[in-house]
Design a protein around this ligand. Structure first.
Ligand SMILES: Cc1cc2nc3c(=O)[nH]c(=O)nc-3n(C[C@H](O)[C@H](O)[C@H](O)COP(=O)(O)OP(=O)(O)OC[C@H]3O[C@@H](n4cnc5c(N)ncnc54)[C@H](O)[C@@H]3O)c2cc1C
Length: 450
């Protein structure tokens, strides 16, 4: 017997494919619910991952946890997830430092609306309006703040960031403690479908009969989607009555992130404390911090935080569409070696210049930019918002459109849906919304996920 091939069971009631944040959270909550309801002892839940715990997007995510969304349904869902992060900060390596969005006039009304709606759901945040008031507010936190073109600020007092791999280990411990099993090194290669049901999961280590399948495979969703016999294009209707007949179901974007190799202690607030995660959008021209050349006179945006794991300041900028049909994009190897998302010199120039534009302390520091396993691919849906839905009689898809490290609570809701209890918080994320034109509202942010 080949010792490198794990021994797999021949059957499991629930097979969850993917040991990222969604697969693990679903397994933890499902096993816990089964026990609590006297429906099992948790061992009915099996998680399979082709590589390892956190081998996908969850293990490279910047780890930012925010509520800041223009879409009410996203905000409600994020508020639910933040509560899960807060439930065990130690296990999840969660730092509740808060989150600041600084934005230009063009986004003023969106930000004001987000603040008002956060107050309505009891999510604590502070709104600051006007160029001078914004500068004063930020200088109370960072004495060297100098970002141009900021006239509105939303400071969320909850949220912050978590350390990606550490949080997944914490989640995996909870999965095992609830009685479920995680098997790594097992690749799902196909699904055995009878009529509208998945009977069995075919893997490179053998076949596992199942009663329920959950696909939580992050950027590999294209492959599981195809195994489920789902179409690669769909009809998308817009709320205004327009129709796109053959919209690609999945589109790949390259997430651009990097690290400025300064001592993370250099990026504390005026009181020496860890600052909130900062996200700046600006429509002021951005100039190269080294040669003074114009980089862009269009709206730009960056985010950043001190990071002790990477030993620097980690963050990113707006992602770039890969610009090729999804079926031609190689998601493996998932890591910085993939040509799809090697961070280019344009990103380094833009991000370091933008950091310098925001804080005097980062001026002239491009020389300490470090290339690390940071950045990656995201599979986006037609409207760039998640699909959480049962797509076959017994198959459930968790496709978060790359919003999802922060959405650690989605697994709790999915677990209840698997037990036959539809969840209001997930209702706006069904696949049928595309055919009905029930799309989420779009904002003026330069990011496809805000
Ligand atoms: C660079 C980057 C930065 C990000 N930053 C943030 C952030 O700051 N905040 C935030 O909220 N979100 C962020 N995201 C998005 C977030 O990381 C993802 O939305 C989320 O982690 C997806 O989780 P998942 O569990 O669906 O998938 P993943 O974490 O990708 O897990 C999927 C797992 O499925 C396994 N798998 C795939 N195919 C198979 C198969 N056939 N058989 C068996 N196993 C399989 C993979 O090995 C993998 O471990 C970022 C994403 C990227 C790429």
């Amino acid at each position: 017997m080949d010792p490198t091939v794990p021994t797999i069971p021949t059957a499991a009631r629930y097979v969850i494919v993917g040991a990222g944040v969604h697969g693990l959270s679903t397994a933890w909550h499902l096993a816990t619910e089964l026990r609590a309801r006297g429906l099992g002892d948790g061992s009915e839940v099996l998680v399979l991952d082709k590589t390892a715990i956190g081998a996908g997007a969850s293990g490279v995510a910047c780890g930012v946890i925010r509520n800041n969304y223009f879409q009410p349904a996203m905000r409600r869902l994020m508020a639910h997830s933040v509560a899960v992060w807060e439930s065990d900060p130690e296990a999840f390596s969660y730092h509740g430092v808060g989150y600041i969005q600084a934005a230009p006039d063009a986004m003023h009304d969106d930000v004001v609306q987000i603040h008002a709606e956060q107050q309505a759901i009891g999510y604590e945040s502070v709104l600051v309006e006007g160029v001078e008031a914004c500068r004063d507010y930020m200088r109370e936190i960072f004495s060297d703040w100098q970002a141009p073109g900021v006239s509105v600020i939303l400071h969320e007092k909850r949220g912050g960031y978590a350390n990606n791999v550490a949080s997944l280990r914490g989640l995996a411990d909870k999965v095992r403690a609830a009685g479920a099993t995680i098997l790594t090194g097992v690749t799902v290669t196909g699904l055995r479908l009878t009529g509208d049901r998945v009977d069995a999961v075919e893997t490179d280590a053998g076949t596992i009969a199942c009663e329920h399948l959950v696909a939580a495979v992050g950027p590999w969703i294209r492959d599981l989607w195809s195994m489920l016999g789902m179409p690669s294009t769909i009809t998308v209707r817009t709320p205004e009555g327009g129709e796109v007949p053959d919209a690609p179901m999945w589109t790949y974007w390259a997430l651009q992130e990097g690290i400025l190799g300064v001592d993370p202690q250099e990026f504390t607030d005026n009181h020496g404390r860890f600052p909130p995660v900062v996200h700046v959008d600006s429509d002021s021209p951005l100039y190269d911090d080294v040669d003074g050349e114009l980089i862009t006179d269009e709206i730009w945006g960056i985010y950043y935080k001190p990071d002790f794991h990477f030993g620097g300041v980690q963050g990113g900028a707006s992602p770039e569409p890969v610009g090729r049909p999804a079926d031609t994009v190689a998601v493996d190897p998932y890591g910085p070696a993939s040509p799809e998302f090697v961070v280019g010199t344009d990103f380094v120039r833009m991000w370091t210049s933008a950091l310098a534009a925001c804080h005097k302390r980062f001026e002239g520091r491009r020389d300490v930019y470090r290339r690390e396993p940071s950045g990656g691919l995201g599979a986006f849906t037609p409207d760039s918002f998640p699909v959480f839905d049962g797509v076959r009689g017994n198959a459930y898809v968790i496709a978060d459109s790359n919003h999802g490290y922060k959405m650690i609570g989605v697994g709790a809701l999915v677990a209840r849906e698997l037990l036959g209890e539809p969840q209001d918080l997930l209702a706006p994320f069904r696949l049928a919304r595309y055919g009905r034109g029930e799309l989420h509202p779009t904002s003026h942010s330069p990011f496809p996920w805000s």
